[in-house]
Each structure stands twice: as C-alpha cells, then as structure tokens.
Design a protein around this ligand. Structure first.
Ligand code: GRF
Length: 196
C-alpha cells in the first residue's frame, strides 16, 4: 500500500523540496505539509507542488490532523518544535528526523540549524555529515537509520559547511530513508535499525 506521508517544517524547506522532487521514487505520497511557523517558505514550496500546507502550532491539533489524514510516516525536515510525547508514542518508529551532524556528535538540546555547524566549525572538525534517525523521547537520540560523512576541512565558515552538507548529503539520505521506510525495509530491534 502507498504510504501517506506528512512533512513537518519550520523554515526554508530545502529538505522538503528534495522529498517533493524524489516523490516518484518512493512508494509513498506527501499528503500534508505542516509548519510551526506561519511564514516558513516550506509552506510555499508545498503549495507550489499542490500539496495541502497548514500552519499548526498546537501539538494536540497536530495529532488530530495527522490521524484525520491517516498518516503512516511523519518526516521532520527542519522542524524546530519538540514533538509531544503523545505523538511520539502514537507514531513510534514512524517519525524520522534529519540532523546535520554525525550523531552522537553535535546533537541534543540547542543543537539545531546553523548552531550545529557553528559548533563543529569552532571545534575544527575535519569530517562532518548528516544523520537520519527515528524520533524517540530523547532529543536526537532515536535509532539511527542512515548516516553519511564528508570532508569539511576546506570549509571557510559554518555557512559553507551547512551548504556543503545540505547539498551533498541531506538532500540524498533523507529521500533514501523515506524510500526504505515506504518499502518496509527498516526493522528496529534493540534500538538499532537493520536495513532489510
Ligand atoms: C537542515 O540542516 C536539517 O538537517 C536541520 O534543519 C535544516 C533545515 O533545512 N534539521 P531546510 O529547511 O530543509 O532547508
């Protein structure tokens, strides 16, 4: 069965765009885009693609909408609001998040968006990357699905690092993780993900 996907955003939505662009490749359909911020450009991207786009702040309202739409998979693509415990419980191992570092480095509370790259740049890391993981009650702590690393030693700023990782890694591994989920190829056992 084709999976019904909701994508949650708070910002520019380039990861949402990469999912829209790769939609043909997975056995799923993005049926809803939700933003926690009214002016997020991600909402415009959704509208341009003909996908219903809504601004929802309250987590109870969000849970209602997800259930009304019979959502099978929730993708957090630059969503800056902490998901309620209730939603995490109802959608256990059905919520995936993309984080712009190699977890467990530079992750957890306060590590979001450009801050992640600022800290990595300050520390002078030579390799960074991105991680797609299932969402649990621990921030950035759920089972890891995919990770990819890249040489960042030539980057001259956190912004450059961010662009390099978005373009070369995030926009590839997020659609790939969604594709695998839609094919029921992700098995979670003892907090580890096995790709079948
Ligand atoms: C990405 O770097 C993502 O990993 C992080 O927030 C950023 C969102 O970028 N969680 P965009 O809105 O998808 O362009």
């Amino acid at each position: 069965m084709v999976k019904r996907i909701a994508v949650l955003v708070s910002g520019g939505g380039t990861n949402l765009q990469s999912l829209i662009d790769h939609q043909d490749e997975f056995n799923g359909e993005i049926v809803l885009v939700v933003s926690s911020r009214k002016k997020a450009y991600g909402l415009e991207r959704a509208k341009k693609a003909g996908i219903p786009a809504e601004w929802i702040k309250d987590q109870d309202v969000l849970l209602n909408r997800l259930q009304e739409e019979k959502i099978d998979l929730i993708v957090l693509a630059g969503y800056l609001t902490i998901i309620s415990e209730e939603i995490i419980e109802v959608y256990k191992n059905k919520i995936i998040n993309i984080h712009p570092s190699l977890i467990p480095s530079f992750c957890g509370p306060g590590y979001y968006g450009l801050h992640v790259h600022e800290e990595a740049y300050k520390r002078g890391v030579k390799v960074s990357g991105a991680t797609v993981h299932f969402v649990s009650e621990v921030v950035d702590g759920g089972p890891i699905i995919l990770q990819q690393a890249i040489d960042v030693s030539k980057c001259q700023s956190p912004e450059e690092m961010q662009t390099l990782i978005l373009d070369n890694i995030e926009h590839k591994i997020l659609p790939e993780a969604v594709r695998l989920f839609c094919l029921d190829k992700l098995k979670v056992e003892n907090e580890r993900v096995e790709i079948l």
